[in-house]
Design a protein around this ligand. Sequence first.
Ligand code: F6P
Length: 409
Amino acid sequence: MPEKLIGACVFGQSGGPTSVINASAYGVIRTALDAPEITGVYGAAHGIIGVLNDTLYDLGMEDAAELKLLLNTPSSELGSCRYKITGENDLARIHEVFSKHNIRYFFYNGGNDSMDTCHKVNDYMERVGYECRVIGVPKTIDNDLCGTDHCPGFGSAAKYVATTIAEVYKDAYVYDTGTVTVIEIMGRHAGWLTGSSALAGLTGFPPDLIYFPEIPFDMDSFLSKVETVYKAKNNCLVTVSEGIRSADGNFVAEAKVSATDGFGHAQLGGTAARLASAINSRTGAKVRGIELSLLQRCAAHLASQTDIDEAFLAGKFAVECAISGETGKMIALVRETRDGAYHCGVTSQPLSVCANMEKKVPREWISADGVGVTSEFIDYVLPLIQGENTRIIENGLPRFAKLRKIPVE
Ligand code: F6P
């Protein structure tokens, strides 16, 4: 039994938000506030940047009811960053800030790049002999983290995508003249979210063609497939990943790149518009390119209750693991079947199996022709989109958390 570690904790959010990342925040914060070992619960402003700048909020000063609203509040409430720790200077500074506030627990909520940050912080603290327990909490709409069955944030985004595809399908069929609609979905290197558009088929209104980043993109083949469907149906609905690339590795979106983040990732976008224009030139059809962009990751109104519950559970379990002595771990969700029904368990995985790696959609879960999914894919995603969330509504609009964010002295 490891010795009790008494001290403060800091929690940070990193990378692109999801509609349930704040449910994990609430899981961490509530559990930490209730833990006798944890003497102060601090939030880092903009993730690790807030630690480096010593800009921390005292979350113990927040109203309990307001904190609970985090369960249904989208975006990263404490602010996020895409900052890559590059050298000893950053790590020494983090050590300095941790020592100043007697921070003995570090919880970091993010994707694979954020797990890299956790890994480096944990290694450094061990190296310099500063006792601090570091636990990563997974999140990402991309669902590409290794070591976990799925990621909090993905189920809600998948629910939004599948619902939106079915709704757009209904609209896209109204005119006698016919249209081609291309919908661009996030997920830079993995097509989990794009593939989830296939779940619209369960409503009877599926996309005709799905383009994954896992499969090299060929413009000629794309245009002839669209043309064939369009000629047959006088309509065609296509979903494409923002991350599709040609065999030479170039993103189709690259013409639109406007920025590169701290991890060297290009900001993608503009793929749907580009493809829509190519389709128009080839077929003369009325076309529309729609980029779901931020809408798919902040749509808290359509969040899956399963996803909210699992995001909360991941945050809560992170604190429990740390208190029981674990460090250098990421919380992982485990798919179980109980009495024939889906059940989500939790475990912890060494950060070394999660940091900097990406889990792609297995080729066998993509249909043989490369433009659809198999039943295994549907069976995997379906349990994750279940459950309608109950939210507090005021004036017909959602009531989101408004934290006071009182600085730690
Ligand atoms: O965090 C994942 C993600 O939402 C990706 O799907 C997307 O490519 C990326 O973030 C966009 O990042 P940003 O908001 O930093 O441009």
